[in-house]
Write a new protein. Structure first.
Length: 115
């Protein structure tokens, strides 16, 4: 019974931990949606997206750090603290935004924009 509880807690801990932003892979986004845009438009969208990625990355890293601390405290001192790990993170959105960023870069390259 103790083994079952330990395994269940381990699954909860590792499934609930937020990833660091650098560990989140971009989700592929086609550059076709940016095909008709001018270089100036692409630059503007890229700057906006870069700001959003940076903000979201900071939030994600804070969440990952908090989860790591919560895991340590929960495992050593207070097991109910592990329930805090069940809060969501921004990994999916961050991956999508990183993919859009890469798509804009490909569109800039296809349009021979100065980068």
């Amino acid at each position: 019974m103790k083994t079952l509880v330990a395994v269940s807690l381990a699954c909860l801990v590792f499934a609930g931990c937020a990833k660091k932003s650098q560990d989140i892979a971009p989700t592929y986004t086609s550059s076709q949606s940016y095909k008709g845009m001018t270089c100036a438009d692409l630059d503007r969208d890229l700057a906006t997206l870069a700001t959003r990625v940076q903000t979201l990355s900071g939030d994600q890293d804070e969440r990952a750090t908090r989860d790591a601390v919560t895991t340590g405290v929960g495992a050593v001192i207070f097991l109910p603290a592990l329930l805090l790990l069940m809060q969501g993170d921004d990994a999916e959105e961050l991956g999508r935004l990183k993919g859009e960023y890469e798509a804009i870069l490909r569109a800039q390259e296809a349009n021979d924009c100065a980068v």
